[in-house]
Design a protein around this ligand. Structure first.
Ligand SMILES: [Zn+2]
Length: 91
């Protein structure tokens, strides 16, 4: 079973070293093209997140990801689950 990483309230970081972020809203699926390409992408989602690092406070946008955290735009980027919202509730 594939775990759902892109879920509201989950805390994620990216494989390229940004974050951690708390996922605020998720929209999609959509098939918009990555900005460097003209062809439509596989279905994916867009998320807005809030940084939980006070030094980089703000709203961040993560686009092109599947619910399992893999990217439809590049194999080199993915989201890594830091804390599941369900786990947080049970603490
Ligand atoms: Zn899109």
């Amino acid at each position: 079973m594939t775990s759902i990483i892109l879920s509201r309230g989950n805390i994620v970081r990216t494989s390229y070293g940004t974050g951690p972020y708390k996922i605020d809203t998720i929209s999609g699926p959509c098939s918009c093209a990555e900005f460097t390409r003209d062809t439509p992408s596989d279905p994916h989602y867009h998320a807005t997140c809030k940084s939980i690092d006070e030094g980089q406070a703000g709203t961040y946008h993560l686009g092109g990801y599947r619910l399992d955290g893999t990217s439809t735009w590049t194999d080199e980027q993915s989201l890594i689950l830091v804390q599941d919202a369900q786990m947080e509730l049970s603490l």
